[in-house]
Ligand binder design. Structure first.
Ligand SMILES: CC(C)(COP(=O)(O)OP(=O)(O)OC[C@H]1O[C@@H](n2cnc3c(N)ncnc32)[C@H](O)[C@@H]1OP(=O)(O)O)[C@@H](O)C(=O)NCCC(=O)NCCS
Length: 216
């Protein structure tokens, strides 16, 4: 399941009731209050969604972090996998009991900013396969960026595994990378995501993904 969250709609009282002292301290390190509020709201939505899935108080959930910072639930709740992505106006939370997930969300109007950045995140095979017209090329670059981020977040490395070392083009696609076998990559579609590009990486074999909006 994927839940679409409008962080601006999360009430302050819920944030105050949900976050740990460490999370409040982490938020206080943001330079701008609007960024701190956004982060607090996203973490509150994440805790609320996980708490509902587990039937427990969101404030009581214990989060742990992997080597590259990927959050996960501490035992005994570690069978529920999740991942979160946020941009300035929305967040997505993906949940599964089948294994690790990765999700990425980007504003669609970011595409043009990726023109000229090909070699910083694209494999040479991917660069060869890119269309030449600027609009189509920018859209293809955003697709690659979002897809790779979702895959590398599923793996847990994030961008500490060089994205240009992974090719989604050519025989086998991302499955040709030894660390990325076993993940299925899919686009996410929903009316609330019309101005965004979103990709989800799940363990192979999951049939359908329900996409729903968060209700406070
Ligand atoms: C993971 C990463 C791609 C996220 O980039 P981003 O631009 O913040 O993108 P998103 O909004 O999609 O994702 C952020 C969320 O991903 C999750 N996340 C953090 N690290 C993660 C990782 N290694 N793998 C998967 N998910 C991760 C968190 O829930 C985070 O939310 P938070 O900021 O509220 O804690 C980027 O931070 C990265 O490459 N990190 C790994 C390398 C690194 O720098 N590690 C240093 C920390 S040990």
């Amino acid at each position: 399941m994927v839940v679409i969250v409008d962080p601006a709609g999360i009430p302050d009282e819920r944030i105050a009731a949900c976050l740990s002292t460490a999370e409040q301290e982490q938020a206080a390190r943001f330079r701008f209050e609007k960024d701190a509020r956004h982060w607090r709201a996203c973490r509150t939505a994440l805790r609320t969604i996980l708490g509902r899935a587990l039937g427990i108080d969101p404030a009581g959930l214990v989060l742990e972090f992997g080597e590259h910072g990927k959050p996960r639930l501490a035992p005994p709740h570690d069978g529920l996998h999740f991942n979160l992505s946020h941009c300035h106006d929305l967040a997505l939370v993906a949940l599964s009991r089948s294994g690790p997930l990765g999700i990425d969300l980007e504003p669609a109007d970011r595409a043009g900013s990726l023109l000229g950045c090909e070699s910083s995140f694209c494999h040479p095979q991917e660069i060869d396969a890119l269309p030449a017209p600027a609009d189509a090329r920018a859209a293809a670059l955003l697709d690659l960026w979002t897809s790779k981020e979702a895959l590398l977040k599923a793996l847990g490395t994030g961008m500490s595994l060089a994205p240009e070392s992974v090719s989604l083009a050519g025989p086998g696609g991302h499955g040709s990378h030894p660390r990325l076998r076993g993940f299925t990559l899919r686009p996410l579609h929903h009316a609330a995501l019309e101005k965004h590009v979103a990709r989800l990486a799940t363990p192979d074999g999951i049939a359908g993904i329900e996409v729903r909006e968060f209700s406070a």
